[in-house]
Design a protein around this ligand. Structure first.
Ligand code: C2E
Ligand code: CA
Ligand code: CA
Ligand code: CA
Length: 280
């Protein structure tokens, strides 16, 4: 490496090299983390219009040996690029099936639905649907307790294959949610023929409801109307305030998720929250 400081180029090289080395190290650490049992599923409550918890979204956390908790934004993109997302996604799937199996033995946890995030690369694996169905079958879990959150990007390159995979899963009873709706390129024409059970309004639209313009209101109203027409439930994510909640409920949103109802939390804490709800 050249002497730093002469023209700035050497400094740039050093920084690049350090960044590449750091990235490589993270890749090694992440691969080891799966085997070392450092991955955790945090659960964030999803509530119905009466504020009762009906399920959870599982959000991945990497708890490093020193105790620090790494959020998914810091490692999922790298996992996507390197292919590590495949073993990682399989871990999430099996962990979710294991959790659902445990919930089945408790009458108050049994009705809960658990949603997991599926990365586009994972979805495109030729045997993806078979992996999902095998995971629920091996744990003797009712498939309709599991929900897969899928983003619109999986339809970009091959809509026919994607539709086939979704139909296989839907036929088997697995619940399907369209994640981050409104941020991609979804064509309403094909949304109508895809077997989604839930449309998740992206949190950026929900954030704007705090102080909405007429356009903001129109977007959310349109998504809610679309859900009604297509007989899909609409879930709003990122709900933080009473004003957002009130707006969404008045306009017919079915399900809500966000800090207002609970942050992503360890599984024990989530279960205690559900068990502490007053009986119907
Ligand atoms: P996402 O699927 O859109 O998940 C929602 C994100 O919003 C989560 O961030 C959640 O903690 C955060 N959030 C929830 N409620 C609120 C709120 O009221 N206000 C605000 N400001 N944020 C809220 P998180 O856990 O950091 O996850 C980020 C992203 O990482 C997820 O976005 C998802 O795309 C990805 N991800 C997480 N777990 C997995 C996984 O197991 N597999 C894959 N492939 N991706 C995952
Ligand atoms: Ca999600
Ligand atoms: Ca369905
Ligand atoms: Ca989302």
């Amino acid at each position: 490496v050249k002497q730093a400081g002469r023209n700035g180029v050497a400094f740039f090289d050093l920084t690049m090299e350090a960044a590449i080395r750091q990235r490589h190290q993270m890749q090694l650490d992440l691969a080891a983390a799966i085997d070392a049992g450092e991955l955790r599923l945090y659960l964030q409550p999803q509530v119905d219009t009466r504020n009762r918890i009906v399920g959870a979204e599982a959000l991945l956390r990497w708890q490093r040996a020193d105790g620090t908790l790494v959020p998914p934004g810091a490692f999922i993109p790298l996992a996507e690029e390197t292919g590590l997302i495949l073993p990682l996604g399989r871990w999430v799937l099996h962990e979710a099936a294991r959790l659902l199996q445990q919930w089945q033995s408790d009458a108050r946890l049994r009705p809960l639905r658990l949603a997991i995030n599926v990365s586009p690369r994972q979805f495109r694996e030729p045997d993806f649907a078979q992996q999902v169905l095998a995971a629920v079958r091996d744990r003797a879990v009712s498939p309709d307790r599991l929900e897969l959150e899928i983003t619109e990007s999986v339809f970009l390159d091959d809509i026919d294959t994607a539709r086939g995979v979704l139909r296989t899963l839907d036929d088997a009873g697995v619940a399907l949610a369209l994640d981050d709706f409104g941020t991609g390129y979804s064509s309403l024409a094909y949304l109508a023929e895809l077997p989604f059970d839930v449309i998740k309004i992206d949190q950026r639209f929900v954030a704007r409801l705090q102080n909405p313009t007429r356009q903001d209101e129109a977007i959310v109203a349109t998504i809610l109307a679309l859900g009604r027409r297509l007989r899909m439930q609409v879930l709003a994510e990122g709900v933080e305030t009473a004003a957002q909640e009130a707006y969404l409920l008045t306009h017919g949103c079915h399900l809500l998720q966000g800090y207002r109802f609970g942050r992503p939390m360890p599984r024990e804490q989530f279960e205690a929250l559900v068990l502490g709800q007053p009986d119907e």
